[in-house]
Design a protein around this ligand. Sequence first.
Ligand SMILES: Cc1cc2nc3c(=O)[nH]c(=O)nc-3n(C[C@H](O)[C@H](O)[C@H](O)COP(=O)(O)OP(=O)(O)OC[C@H]3O[C@@H](n4cnc5c(N)ncnc54)[C@H](O)[C@@H]3O)c2cc1C
Ligand code: SF4
Length: 459
Amino acid sequence: MSDRDSESDIRSGRLAPEAYARNFADAHPPLAPNQALIESDRCYFCHDAPCIQACPTQIDIPSFIRKIATGNVKGAAHDILKQNIMGAVCARVCPTEVLCEGACVRNDQEHKPVAIGALQRHATDWLFDQHIQLFERGPDSGKRVAVVGGGPAGLSCAHRLSMLGHSVTVFEAREKLGGLNEYGVAAYKVTGLIAQREVEYLLEIGGIENRLGQRLGRDIVLSRLRQDYDAVFLGIGLGGVNALGVDEPPVGVFDAIAYIEKLRQARDLSQMPVGHDVVVIGGGMTAIDIASQVKRLGAEDVTIVYRRGPENMSASSKEQAWAQTSGVRIKHWARPLRLLARDGMLTAVEFEQTRLDSQGRLAGGVDKFIIAADMVFKAIGQMLIKDGLDGNADVLELRGGRISVDAQRRTSIPGVWAGGDCVAGGQDLTVAAVEDGKCAALSIDRHVRAISKTEARHG
Ligand SMILES: Cc1cc2nc3c(=O)[nH]c(=O)nc-3n(C[C@H](O)[C@H](O)[C@H](O)COP(=O)(O)OP(=O)(O)OC[C@H]3O[C@@H](n4cnc5c(N)ncnc54)[C@H](O)[C@@H]3O)c2cc1C
Ligand code: SF4
């Protein structure tokens, strides 16, 4: 490990122009039609299939795989999208190794599950290529629902509400819909325009009005939405970033999420400035993604430092292996003590080794070490921004800093539902956010229809 003080060397254009396209190509290229047929043949079409139980949206996996095997790709896509309207992006980004493929019985025999994610991608890509719309808006219910946040949770909720005949207005702070599918997930997982293509497919159903550039807390408040709409769904994700807890020099410390957002929106990746020596602090998917991507932008030396062991990282072992094969080093059991700087520019990070004390709590050790760095990325978790979450006299209950919801995704405020990353107890995955949005829509539907019946009874 290097312990020299580096001169700051943050610059763009580190690689030859053709290297960017190569480094950011599709991480898992699609199956050819004959490969999809062969792969679908590996499925046992299990009764009580464990893969279905492991899918947060409960897609009938054996059913869609059987349809691929019999040449009914449209039917396969319908099986997928009726449960998970963002099935095309989920096919690319789901950590299948810990979800459906992790549960596949084929693991027991061959240590190789059926490639469920790749088959899902095969079916949904085919559908988009054929421009076939499978869903239509239900008969108009006369009810209006406000959805705040146009990420996976909000869009899934909006789509299901429209299927049920309700009129939806999506308030989205950014200028584009899609949430982290568009601004966050690693570029080599969602190549091309797939995230926007999926959003367009979903909106084709109609009955969904989009108000872009509208931020809750700045342009709108919850109390007003409650007055103007029959129900409100909050799918605002986690917009704030946790602090490192050490003094930061003016130049050299970056928020991983903000950098990834720029990278995802960059037309020319060679314009992305990147350091020579990069340190990433964190242990989740964000840490893996920022480290792998800056390495692919040409950073020479990239190290993830995480305060606990590999088994404690929220990034799966497959994600960790992916970073390592990208050339990233992962250093466990250490935390930052201080950032070293010269003339206001970051030069290195001093760490202390960590360990568990006799009561199982994380403690600092006596050993210290220094890693040279001209760039440090904070990837230590995000937090809910609470601006605008007032509900007149009603109080929005939080748990662990996120919105508390019940099994139907109802919040403590009557008429307000929430889902996705902004709620407590979730998995912080795209597929889980889609499921939350769907569940909330079904609950909202029951609620607004029950109110209609009561109103009708009382004249
Ligand atoms: C770097 C990174 C990589 C990831 N990689 C993966 C992966 O590979 N696989 C996976 O399954 N998951 C991944 N995730 C997690 C996944 O992206 C999230 O779980 C998912 O996007 C959550 O969806 P959401 O709709 O709850 O929130 P978001 O996707 O964050 O969407 C929230 C939306 O609300 C908008 N918004 C926020 N505040 C307001 C406001 N006040 N007013 C109006 N609009 C607002 C935002 O602009 C955004 O569009 C990753 C996350 C990160 C950060
Ligand atoms: S567990 Fe595996 S073999 Fe069984 S139905 Fe699911 S994908 Fe097919």
